[in-house]
Design a protein around this ligand. Structure first.
Ligand code: NAP
Length: 422
């Protein structure tokens, strides 16, 4: 792949998130030697949208899911394809297939775990043989917690020679001042993806924290020590902790897979630790009842999603069809001017098997789901395109395993500042 004409292609650059990834790469191209191009099925629309957003983009590539040859042609031109065409369980497979067959690294933002599992089953071996990295769930979900937890584990091992027993991840998000709009939180693309997962044949897998673990004994251990809990709980300093939003079932599965892959690489047995996460709802004491109320609604939404996913197809499929008509469609979502001014932080508090403590923090800016995510994916794409910038390892990998913990320095450029306190 050394002779590819481009480093990174952004496929789906007309979407809410795709446009932001394109904007990030255009900005990075001004300060580095990266060669990139946006790609979409409708070149006219793409040019118009990027012009409106003031993105200085190179000549675009036309690629359409309905024309497999256009996907291979796109993949063959680049070292890395960043795929923003979702819902991934409907549209992702042909793009991954084209990348693995072309020897092109691949990264996306899926949070659809049964789909990730099916991709591992089908493509892990061919990707390893082809020396290709397939990196899914590479945005706000799950890159920051995944890198933080791996970093905590590596640091604990270096300092004390101990493995982790538990990790608590808490995320706090501060929106910009002013009245929030419904479209500020999630995009139509994300909502349609949640609906697609809930209606899928293998939907019962979504709430399984071990859905991505290959070894049956390790999977059973992960389920035993680290079941996903959805009830709101009290946190430090009077905070209320709600389940992770928009979905509580994504990060745990990725983090347990990272532990399994890290163990295999180190030649040691994988020992799943207890992983718990949530969103911090902080505020004045007077707002406590309101915060418990909000946390209750978020918990009930996640519990409802899990209930639907676990119910039989006769309940699930009509429900998903109806929901797909009700929730906003592609194109709905936070506009470019609503993505700035957000700040957020993540704290991963880890305990080792002998009660040593370590905390990894991430302080970040930009709307977590659509701006910070886009920058993370853009930077991940640049890293994957560079020789020796990431660990020598191929296959279907988690973000932390694919990029390695030393990549955290590079994510400063994307607005994420990692720090370790032990
Ligand atoms: N994990 C995370 O942290 C995270 C964060 C943000 C988003 N996401 C995920 O990322 C995905 C995209 O989200 P979004 O909100 O940006 O979606 P969106 O605005 O709906 O964009 C979807 C993109 O897919 C393209 N597309 C659809 N059908 C196509 C086809 N047949 N051929 C080529 N392109 C096609 C669309 O092109 P047209 O413009 O031509 O229709 C558009 O570029 C979703 O699955 C979402 O769940 C994840």
């Amino acid at each position: 792949v050394n002779n590819r004409e481009l480093d990174v292609v952004v496929f789906g650059a007309t979407g809410i998130t795709g446009r932001q990834v394109a904007a990030y790469l255009a900005e990075r191209a001004g300060e580095s030697s990266i060669r990139w191009a946006p790609a979409a099925r409708d070149i006219g629309k793409l040019r118009r949208l990027l012009d409106d957003a003031g993105v200085d983009a190179p000549e675009p590539i036309r690629a359409d899911l309905n024309e497999p040859s256009s996907l291979s042609a796109m993949a063959l031109r680049a070292r890395v394809v960043l795929n923003l065409v979702g819902p991934y369980m409907l549209y992702g497979r042909p793009v991954i297939d084209a990348c693995v067959s072309s020897g092109t690294h691949y990264a996306d933002l899926t949070g659809e775990m049964p789909f990730v599992r099916s991709i591992i089953e089908e493509f892990d071996r061919p990707a390893r043989e082809a020396g290709v990295k397939v990196v899914q769930v590479c945005g706000f979900e799950s890159l920051p917690p995944d890198l933080s937890v791996l970093l905590a584990g590596e640091t604990a091992n270096e300092r004390w020679g101990q493995g982790l027993a538990s990790v608590d991840v808490e995320v706090a998000v501060k929106p910009p001042p002013g009245l929030p709009r419904a479209s500020d939180a999630v995009s139509g693309g994300t909502l349609q993806s949640l609906v697609a997962v809930a209606g899928a044949e293998d939907a019962d897998q979504i709430a399984d924290p071990a859905v991505l673990i290959g070894d049956l004994a390790v999977a059973a251990a992960a389920r035993r020590v680290s079941a996903i809990t959805l009830a709101p709980r009290s946190g430090r300093g009077g905070a209320v902790i709600a389940p992770m939003s928009p979905a509580a079932f994504i990060n745990p599965a990725v983090i347990h897979r990272t532990e399994e892959l890290a163990a295999v690489a180190a030649g040691r047995p994988a020992v799943p630790f207890r992983y718990r996460e949530g969103v911090v709802l902080g505020g004045r004491p007077a707002s406590l009842p309101l915060r418990w109320g909000v946390a209750g609604v978020l918990s009930a939404t996640q519990a409802g999603l899990r209930w639907i996913a676990r119910s039989g197809p006769s309940v699930r499929q009509p429900f998903a069809r109806t929901l797909a008509r009700i929730v906003p469609a592609s194109g709905f979502g936070p506009s470019g001017d609503r993505l700035q001014g957000w700040t957020w932080s993540l704290s991963a508090q880890a305990r080792t098997v002998e009660e040593q403590q370590i905390e990894v923090r991430v302080d970040a800016d930009g709307h977590p789901g659509y701006l910070a995510t886009a920058r993370m994916l853009g930077e991940a794409g640049m890293l994957l395109a560079e020789d020796r910038a990431t660990p020598e390892r191929a296959g279907c990998l988690t973000p932390a395993i694919a990029l390695g913990t030393s990549s955290r320095e590079r994510f400063k450029r994307a607005g994420l500042r990692f720090s370790v306190q032990a």
